[in-house]
Design a protein around this ligand. Structure first.
Ligand code: SF4
Length: 448
């Protein structure tokens, strides 16, 4: 292994060898190595990513004020109705609360929100310190539900209790807790639920538009642009389609067991993935007419997108990409999307990818590509330099690293302001990659 890599991290790095076809095992889905500055977020943050987009829910962070800084402002998502989710509440635990317990403070916080805001749905997150002092937030939430006649759902998510993936699971459990007794569960099934898209920049609206065009109704979106009422209808859907598998396959499996709703994975990133996903949905629950409509629609959009891409291909000649994103599904989609753009991926990694994701990735990339699980800035920097990456696609934590190295950057996370999904996303992504990659500013930097 290259110098600069901690010995304990060696099995979480794969260099694709010629002739390998996704058969080697990545060491992943485990706690970060001590001393390695992981780019991962904590358990609580994982839970918050999934639950925060519920637009009319209240979120109380039971812990010190620092945890509460993780708000809509850094994990934005768009809404077509309520914007209550832009507010955050915290019990702001102090020294005295840590010594004598914070349950009473939490009770008062819930009472205040339930009464003054007429809240119908509150999520209560227990963060690290509550995991240490042991406040019984389940009992407090149960009492509050009885007292106010509303839903108050505990999310026991101390940051130290696992990885970000554990937070996703806790959020899925909280959603099942919410919809488990939905009055819609025995209603005749029709339409789809879209799971694992958080409407960061309006992607849910694009997917809904495509499905409407081919005549497939969307019952509920989980959780981008959702509301308490829309989530309660989710059990009446005939099919669940899962975009971000890392966060939402667990929920899809539970919904299959509890409500009998089958599911499959989709991806609305890139021309081919978007077209295939629309066709897959049409074939799964559509009539012959729907399938035909889907065929006509995807073929026409595909043709337009490829024509658009063709104009940009000369600008991308010989360029190489590095990808570091949260989950495996996005990394896989991005490798394919870069391939449509004529760009090779030379470094690719995820925070929470699973063994099967890494197998697909290893199958997709060319020999010598570096594949990383739960990497750190030092490794990422070393491999990007070594592989001569021209652009890094990542999130807010990766942006400074790219700029420090003097290479282009494209934000594919919550901070972005334009949609990168669907056919519109192909146009936006291609333009952004081109603008960043071919900016004259890189020629002025000594680091290049
Ligand atoms: S690691 Fe713990 S203290 Fe830090 S944000 Fe997460 S829950 Fe809060």
């Amino acid at each position: 292994m290259d110098s600069g890599v901690l010995q304990e991290r060696a099995d979480s790095i794969i260099i694709k060898r010629s002739g390998d076809h996704g058969c080697r095992q990545m060491d992943c889905e485990k706690a970060s190595v001590a001393g390695s500055v992981s780019q991962r977020a904590c358990v609580y943050c994982g839970a918050r990513v999934v639950l925060n987009p519920i637009t009319d829910a209240y979120h109380i962070i039971h812990g010190p004020i620092g945890c509460a800084s993780y708000t809509w402002d850094i994990r934005g998502s768009l809404t077509s109705d309520s914007d209550l989710f832009r507010q955050s509440y915290s019990t702001d635990l102090r020294e005295k609360d840590i010594i004598f317990g914070g349950a009473e403070k939490l009770k008062r916080a819930i009472d205040e929100i339930a009464i003054t805001k007429q809240a119908k749905l509150i999520f209560v997150y227990a963060t690290c310190i509550v995991g240490v002092i042991g406040d019984d937030i389940e009992a407090v939430c149960r009492e509050a539900e009885e007292k106010h006649g509303i839903r108050v759902i505990p999310v026991k998510a101390p940051g130290f209790s696992g990885t970000k993936s554990q937070g996703y699971k806790l959020a899925c459990d909280a959603i099942m807790n919410l919809i488990g007794n939905s009055p819609y569960k025995d209603i005749k099934k029709q339409g789809v639920n879209i799971l694992g898209d958080f409407n960061l920049a309006g992607e849910i609206w694009l997917i809904k538009k495509y499905l409407k065009k081919i005549g497939i109704p969307v019952v509920s979106t989980i959780t981008g642009d959702s509301s308490y009422a829309s989530l309660m209808k989710a059990p009446s859907a005939a099919l669940n389609v899962v975009q971000c598998a890392g966060s939402s396959v667990y929920l899809a499996k539970q919904m299959e067991e509890t409500f009998g709703i089958p599911y499959f994975r989709v991806s609305f990133f890139g021309v081919e993935d978007t077209s295939q996903s629309i066709m897959h949905v049409a074939e799964a629950i559509g009539s012959e007419a729907t399938i035909q409509q889907a065929r006509v629609f995807t073929e026409s959009e595909r043709e337009k997108s490829l024509l658009f891409l063709k104009r940009y291909l000369p600008h991308f000649e010989g360029k190489k990409a590095a990808i570091y994103v949260g989950g495996g599904f996005k990394a896989i989609s991005l490798i394919r999307q870069f391939r449509e753009m004529g760009i090779d991926t030379v470094v690719v990694g995820t925070q929470t990818g699973k063994k099967e994701d890494y197998e697909v990735i290893e199958n997709l990339v060319k020999p010598n590509t570096v594949i990383l699980d739960d990497t750190n800035p030092a490794e990422l920097e070393m491999f990007m330099r070594k592989m001569h990456a021209d652009i890094l696609v990542g999130g807010v934590k990766e942006r400074p690293l790219a700029y420090k190295l003097g290479i282009a950057f494209c934000d594919h996370n919550h901070e972005r302001k334009h949609a990168l999904g669907g056919y519109e996303g192909v146009v936006n992504f291609t333009r952004e990659v081109n603008l960043s990659l071919n900016s004259p500013v890189w020629n002025c930097l000594a680091g290049r």
